[in-house]
Design a protein. Structure first.
Length: 819
C-alpha cells in the first residue's frame, strides 16, 4: 500500500481505484449475504472482514474514500440486521463480541466490533456504558488520519440511538449515565480532532493547498460530535458551562491549528442553543482571544454577534439581554482582540463593527450612544493608522459603506442620524466618490420617507453632514462639472431643500438663510443647481406672510448675510417689512447666481418671476420691487445674453411678464414698454425682430395699470408696432420666410380687430393681404410652402366667415375686404 492518502491524484486514476475497490466490496458483500441467508454467521463475518479490508486503502482521496465508506457501511447494516435476528432466535449469545476481536486486521476488526456492539446494545445483551467506553478506547488503535476519522464517525453514527442519556433508564444513576454519554462523545471528538489536525503534516510541503482542501472536506466528520452533544435531551446550561464547553475549548485552543480552530468555533456557535451562547459568552470570547494568529477571527466573532443579534431581537432574547449587556461585552472583547492582533485586516475590523452596529440597532434601538460609539471606534481606527482616503470600490470601502448605511436604513429618519456626532467623521474617511455615494444614499432616504427638517439647528447639521455634495472638495475630479452624474447629484440636493420646512414663517426664513449660507459657499459649479429652489421657497414664504391673519407680529432676526446686513430693517414691526426683506434676500441670491455661477438665463427668469410675485403681494413698496426686478431682468438681457435664439426667448418672456403685471403706474410702465420695443427691434435676425415687435403690441393694448386702474387701449401704438413688424418682414430676403411672417402679422391684426381695436382697418388688412398674394406668386412648390399656404388659407377662410356672418360687436366693417 501507498504511504499517504490519495497518491493517485488524477480524477481518472481515483475513479479506477474506486471502481476496483467497489467491485471487490460487492463480491464479498454478495457472499456475506448468501452466508447470512444460510445462517452461517462465522462465514458471513469472514466475508465482511474481507469487504472491510478495502477501507484500509491509502490511495483514495477523501472524496472517493467517502463513497467507498458509504457503500461498505450500508452493507454492514444488512449484517447487523442478520446478527440481531440470529441472536433473537437464540442461536448465539453475547460471546459474538469477543469472537470478532480475533479478526486479523485492525480496520475490519474495529468496524465489526462496532457493528456487533451496536446489535448487542440494542438487544440489551451488554452494559452500554462499558461497551461504549471499550469501543471508543479500541478505536485509538487506528492512527491513520483518514481511516481513523471515518472509523470514529461510524462509531458515532452507530451509537447515536444507544447513548444512555435517558433519565428513565433504570440501569443506573441518571446523572452518571448523562456523564458517561458526554464523556464518550467528548473523547471521540478529541481523538477525531487530533487525527484531523495531523493531516496537515502529511505529504510534501508543495501539496499544502491540496491537503487543506481535503481537510475542509472532512471537517463535518469532526463537527458531528458537537452536533450530537447538542442533541442530548437533558443537556442544560449548567452542564454545558461546567463540563462540555471547557473541554471543547481546551481541545480547540490546544490544537493550535487555524483551520480546526475557526471551524470548531463556528460549530459551537451554530449547534448549541442561544441561551447557552449568552450564558457562556465571556468564556467563549476569552477563548477567541487565544486563537492562532492565522485564524480569521472576524468570521468567528461576526458569527456569534450575528446569531445573538437575531436572538436578542426576539421576545425571549430581549428579556435575557436586559440583564447581560451584550453590546458592552462584545465591544470590550472586540477592541481587546483587535489591539492584540496587529495583523488583522482593516476590512475585517470594519466587518466586526458592522456586526456590532447591527446588534445595537436591533437589540438596543433607542440607544443611539451605542451606535455612535461604533462610529467613534471606526474613526479612531483610521486616525490611528493615518491612512489615505478610503477608495469607495475597495474592500475596505465596501465594508465601510455597509456600516454607514445601516443606521440610514434602520432609523429611516435622518433626524436620528444627526444625533450621531461621529457619523460624519466616519463619512470623511472616504474618497470623494465614497462621500458622494453615501450622501446620495442619505438624501434618497429622506426623499423616500419625506423626512421634514423643521429647525435651524437641524438644517445646519444636515447640510454640514452632506457637505461633500454641497461644497467643492479638494479631491473632486477636475472635469466634474461636465458629467451627467454631477447634475443628478446636485438635483438631489435641490430636491431635499423642499423638505426643510417649518410651520412657523419666521423660523422658515432663518432656515432659508442657513441653507443660503451653506449653498452659497458651494462653488460656481454647484450654486446654479441649488440656489434656484431657495428662491422659489422664498417666494412661497412671501405668499405665506401675505396670507397670514396676524401681520403685526414682530419678526426678530439677527441675520448676517454674506453680502448685506438686514438688522436695521427689523426695527419696524410691520409685516410688509418682512416681505421686503425676503425680496432683498431673493435679489441677493439671484445676483450671486448671475455673477458667480454665470447663469444669466436662469437669473433673468427668476427676476421676472420675482416681479410677478411682487405684483401679486400688495405690500407697501411692491411697485418699486417689481420695477427693480424688471429692470434687473432687462439689464441681464442687454449685457449677458448674446445667442440670438436665447435673446428671442428672453425678450418674449420680458414682454409677457410686463404685460401680466398690473402694479405699475403709467410713469413706470411707459419706459419699460418703450425699452422692450426698442430691444425687440435690435434683435440680430430679421424674423426674430418681426415677431418680437409684433409681440410688443400687446403692451399697448391688454396691460393693466395701477393708476389709472384700467386696461391700456392704445390702438394707434398697436398699429404702429404691427406696421413696423410688416416693414421688417419685407426686408427678409427669403420669400418663404416673408410669407410666413406676413401671415403671422395678419393674424395679429385680426386678433386686435376682434378685440375692439378700431385702428385696425380693412385698408390695412387689404394691403397686407396684397403683399401676401404677391409673395405667394413667386414661391416654388414645396412642403414648406404648402404648409404656409395652408396657414394663410385658414386665415382667409376665417375672414370670409366673418364677412358673411357680421355681428354688431365686430368693430371691423369687412364689406370692402378683398379676398
Amino acid at each position: 500500500m501507498k504511504d499517504h492518502v490519495g497518491s493517485g491524484n488524477s480524477v481518472k486514476e481515483q475513479e479506477r481505484l474506486l471502481n476496483e475497490a467497489l467491485q471487490k466490496m460487492k463480491a464479498e458483500a454478495f457472499e456475506m449475504k448468501c452466508a447470512m441467508d444460510k445462517s452461517r454467521i462465522n462465514e458471513a463475518l469472514k466475508h465482511a472482514s474481507v469487504m472491510l479490508s478495502e477501507l484500509r486503502t491509502s490511495c483514495l482521496t477523501p472524496k472517493y474514500y467517502y463513497q467507498l465508506y458509504i457503500d461498505i457501511t450500508n452493507e454492514l447494516q444488512h449484517l447487523a440486521v442478520a446478527l440481531a435476528d440470529d441472536l433473537q432466535k437464540g442461536h448465539r449469545d453475547s460471546d459474538l463480541y469477543e469472537i470478532v476481536q480475533y479478526t486479523n486486521n485492525i480496520i475490519p476488526r474495529l468496524y465489526l466490533l462496532i457493528t456487533v456492539g451496536m446489535v448487542l446494545m440494542k438487544l440489551n445483551e451488554v452494559d452500554r456504558a462499558e461497551t461504549l467506553k471499550d469501543l471508543v478506547e479500541m478505536c485509538t488503535g487506528v492512527q491513520h488520519p483518514l481511516r481513523g476519522l471515518f472509523l470514529r464517525n461510524y462509531l458515532l453514527q452507530c451509537t447515536r440511538d444507544f447513548l444512555p442519556d435517558q433519565k428513565e433508564d433504570t440501569n443506573g444513576d441518571p446523572e452518571a449515565m448523562m456523564k458517561n454519554s458526554i464523556n464518550f462523545i467528548l473523547e471521540n471528538f478529541a481523538e477525531m480532532n487530533k487525527l484531523w489536525v495531523r493531516m496537515q503534516h502529511q505529504g510534501q510541503s508543495k501539496e499544502k493547498e491540496r491537503r487543506e482542501k481535503e481537510r475542509r472536506e472532512l471537517q463535518i466528520l469532526v463537527g458531528t460530535n458537537l452536533v450530537r452533544l447538542s442533541q442530548l435531551e437533558h443537556l442544560n446550561l449548567e452542564i454545558y458551562r461546567k463540563t462540555i464547553l471547557p473541554k471543547i475549548l481546551e481541545q480547540v485552543v490546544s490544537c493550535k491549528d487555524p483551520i480546526a480552530q475557526e471551524y470548531l468555533m463556528e460549530c459551537i456557535i451554530q449547534v448549541f442553543p442561544d441561551e447557552f451562547q449568552v450564558g457562556c459568552l465571556n468564556v467563549f470570547l476569552k477563548a477567541c482571544a487565544e486563537m492562532h494568529p492565522l485564524v480569521n477571527i472576524k468570521n468567528v466573532l461576526s458569527a456569534v454577534i450575528d446569531r445573538l443579534t437575531i436572538y436578542g431581537s426576539t421576545k425571549e432574547g430581549r428579556l435575557l439581554t436586559e440583564d447581560i449587556k451584550l453590546f458592552d461585552v462584545f465591544s470590550q472583547y472586540v477592541s481587546m482582540i483587535i489591539q492584540s492582533r496587529q495583523d488583522i485586516a482593516t476590512e475585517d475590523i470594519i466587518a466586526l463593527q458592522v456586526s456590532l452596529l447591527n446588534l445595537s440597532m436591533k437589540c438596543y434601538f433607542e440607544r443611539t450612544d451605542f451606535v455612535d460609539k461604533v462610529f467613534e471606534t471606526t474613526t479612531q481606527l483610521f486616525q490611528r493608522e493615518q491612512s489615505e482616503k478610503i477608495p469607495y470600490n475597495g474592500s475596505v470601502g465596501k465594508e465601510l459603506t455597509k456600516l454607514c448605511r445601516i443606521p440610514v436604513d434602520g432609523y429611516n429618519n435622518v433626524l436620528t442620524l444627526l444625533k450621531l456626532p461621529n457619523y460624519q467623521s466616519t463619512l470623511e474617511v472616504f474618497d470623494y466618490r465614497g462621500r458622494i455615494q453615501n450622501s446620495l444614499y442619505i438624501t434618497a432616504n429622506m426623499l423616500s420617507n419625506e423626512t421634514m427638517v423643521m429647525t435651524v439647528e437641524e438644517t445646519n447639521s444636515l447640510l454640514t453632514l452632506l457637505g461633500s455634495m454641497i461644497k467643492d472638495q479638494p479631491d473632486q475630479p477636475a472635469d466634474l462639472a461636465s458629467s451627467d452624474e454631477f447634475a443628478e447629484e446636485q438635483n438631489s440636493v435641490a430636491r431635499i431643500f423642499h423638505l426643510l420646512r417649518s410651520q412657523d414663517a419666521d423660523t422658515q426664513y432663518l432656515i432659508l438663510h442657513c441653507a443660503r449660507k451653506h449653498f452659497g459657499a458651494g462653488g460656481s459649479t454647484r450654486i446654479k443647481y441649488v440656489l434656484v429652489p431657495i428662491v422659489f421657497e422664498a417666494f412661497r414664504l412671501a405668499r405665506e406672510y401675505d396670507k397670514s391673519e396676524v401681520k403685526i407680529l414682530l419678526l426678530i432676526f439677527l441675520l448676517i448675510s454674506l453680502f448685506f446686513t438686514f438688522t436695521s430693517v427689523f426695527k419696524d414691526d410691520k409685516w410688509e417689512k418682512k416681505i421686503k426683506v425676503i425680496f432683498q434676500f431673493v435679489h441677493q441670491t439671484v445676483s450671486v447666481l448671475m455673477n458667480d455661477a454665470q447663469f444669466p438665463d436662469m437669473a433673468l427668469r427668476l427676476f421676472l418671476q420675482g416681479a410677478c410675485i411682487a405684483d401679486e403681494i400688495k405690500f407697501e413698496s411692491h411697485e418699486i420691487v417689481a420695477y427693480e426686478y424688471m429692470s434687473q431682468a432687462i439689464s441681464i438681457y442687454e449685457e449677458e445674453i448674446s445667442d440670438s435664439r436665447a435673446q428671442l426667448a428672453a425678450i418674449t418672456l420680458i414682454i409677457g411678464t410686463l404685460q401680466k403685471i398690473s402694479c405699475f403706474s403709467e410713469e413706470n410702465y411707459d419706459p419699460l414698454r418703450t425699452h422692450c420695443l426698442l430691444l425687440a427691434g435690435k434683435l440680430f435676425k430679421k424674423p426674430d425682430q418681426c415677431r418680437a415687435v409684433a409681440t410688443c403690441s400687446q403692451l399697448f393694448w391688454s396691460s393693466r395699470l395701477a393708476e389709472p386702474s384700467d386696461t391700456v387701449k392704445e390702438g394707434g401704438r398697436v398699429v404702429e408696432c404691427l406696421q413696423k413688424a410688416v416693414k421688417i418682414a419685407s426686408q427678409c430676403m427669403d420669400p418663404i420666410v416673408q410669407m410666413q411672417l406676413f401671415t403671422e402679422v395678419l393674424n395679429c391684426h385680426l386678433y386686435y380687430s376682434e378685440n375692439g381695436c378700431a385702428e385696425v382697418t380693412v385698408t390695412i388688412i387689404n394691403k397686407l393681404m396684397a403683399k401676401i398674394h404677391e409673395t405667394l406668386q413667386h414661391l416654388e412648390p414645396s412642403v414648406e410652402v404648402e404648409q404656409i399656404s395652408k396657414h394663410y388659407e385658414n386665415t382667409v377662410q376665417h375672414l370670409r366667415f366673418r364677412r358673411e356672418n357680421p355681428t354688431a360687436e365686430d368693430p371691423l366693417d369687412l364689406a370692402g375686404l378683398v379676398l
